[in-house]
Structure formats: C-alpha cells, structure tokens
Write a protein that binds this ligand. Structure first.
Ligand code: GSH
Length: 94
C-alpha cells in the first residue's frame, strides 16, 4: 500500500490540521503500514515547472490531478482526499 503525501506527515498548526497526516494516522489506526511516498512540489503552484516530480507524475497518472493525499491499496484501489481516505480506513480496518 502506498500513501502519496506532500512533503511528509508532520503536524500542522493550520485549522483542520495537515491532510496528509490525517490520512496517514487513519490508515495506521486501521492496522496498515503504508509506504509513504513524498510527492514534493506543491499543487498551489503551476504544474510546470513546480510539480514535475516522480510522485506528482504518479499521482496525476492515477487520479488526473496532482493533489495529495492519495492512497493506493495493494489491490489497486485509488482513494484521493483525506476525508475519503479516513472513510476508506474505517471501512477496511484490519
Ligand atoms: N481537501 C483536501 C485538501 C488537501 C490538501 O490541502 N493537501 C495539502 C497537502 S497536505 C496541500 O498542500 N495540497 C496541495 C498539494 O498537493 O501540494 C484533502 O483534505 O484531502
């Protein structure tokens, strides 16, 4: 299982916290230990030249967008967005 994140899963003081961390903790709480793939770049800046990274390219291939977090399960499900990943984790807890 892979979890594509921005630059990491660190906490954020911003309201609502850090979506990548929220997704990571939910997947962990559900009993999984995903490989965390740092996409780097930032979707707040144009695709070219800021987001031409292997991680963003992979995310774009999978979802059509470059925004993270994105979860790719071992059976190939692609789940984009922190709330969607939290929901998936709750439905699929080990
Ligand atoms: N609504 C989205 C927001 C995702 C979001 O804001 N992601 C952060 C990364 S943690 C961001 O910086 N997105 C722009 C990017 O992908 O660089 C979610 O909760 O999944």
């Amino acid at each position: 299982m892979k979890l594509y994140v921005c630059w990491g899963t660190f906490p954020s003081p911003l309201p609502g916290g850090h979506p990548c961390r929220t997704a990571y903790l939910a997947v962990q709480r559900a009993g999984y230990e995903p490989s965390v793939e740092r996409a780097l770049g930032t979707a707040w800046l144009p695709y070219f030249p800021f987001n031409v990274t292997p991680g963003r390219l992979a995310v774009r291939r999978l979802t059509g967008h470059i925004e993270v977090p994105v979860l790719v399960t071992d059976d190939g499900q692609v789940v984009q967005g922190s709330q969607e990943i939290v929901d998936w984790a709750q439905r699929n807890a080990l």
